[in-house]
Design a protein around this ligand. Sequence first.
Ligand code: DAH
Length: 344
Amino acid sequence: MQDALETRYAQAAAELDAIGDGDGLRAWEAATLGKKGWLTEALRAIGSIAPEGRAAYGKRVNEMKQALTAAYEARETLVREQALAHDLETNQIDVTLPGRPRPTGGIHPSTQTLRDFYDIWADMGFQVYRSRDVEDDDTNFTLLNIPPHHPARDMQDTFYTTDPNIILRTHTSPGQIRSMRDLGENGTQAIRVILPGMCYRYEQITTRSEIQFHQVEGIAVGRNIRMTDLKGTIAAFAQRMFGEGAQVRFRASYFPFTEPSMEVDVECFLCGGDGCRVCKYSGWLEIAGSGMIHPTVLRNGGYDPSVWSGFAFGMGPERITMLKHGIEDIRYFWGNDLRFLEQF
Ligand code: DAH
């Protein structure tokens, strides 16, 4: 019986050495050390061995159990390590490969231009004043010296609502009234603000006109503000926006809320004034409407026009962005086409 056991033992040890996977290990364990394994049965048989050989038998079987348990654990570790090494080799990760880039968002070209505006005007002491997009007819027109039936209303086709007095602002100029009333303390305080925001016009959408667009209005009210202040301020803005050498010129014009009124041109920065397609061979690009605030408008803002004066201007950041980047169609701005937006 001892001999048979020794043979079994030698066989089991040899089998174990040949096992290369988890399934094989589990089967071996069940057949050997498991509840019904031969070694467990051999251990259980100790009591039935004749007393004179029992001690030797028991000692030997326990040795076998210890040896095979240790061998089994060693084999198991080896098999696990081999599997891991195999895995690493077959699923190799090349950490030197470039990662997949995550798309990052960008700043909308209009927003970029607006931010340039904010910086430049802030340096000249103009704070941002946010006026409302939904206006009343009075503030958008009448208080700006555009009474009902005034022909100037035709220049700005309007989005009306079911309430005939409530409209979408057609320009940022009503913010002049609101900021003067809000900040002027009944016509006693000088003010200097820019009023950026969306404007809305009920127009045919074309390459040159959209139904919504930004404007940046600016106003300065004080006791001794003169036309030369307006000219110098606008010229300083143009030099920051378009470059040191930027030349500006002022052309007499008409706006109901300013007197006198002027349109501002900057020398074409694409051709340097020589004439090109963008400036229509004039050498100049129109960038703003401006003027000295009309006495009626000052009065509507709470100021006494015999003591106070001011200037105002209005600019279109989309138009300036188009000129700067050679964008030929204003519809790109709100078209949400990433191919356009990703260029900025
Ligand atoms: N509100 C005018 C428009 O939308 C632009 C404008 C012109 C604003 C002259 C001004 C100004 O403040 O002085 O066409």
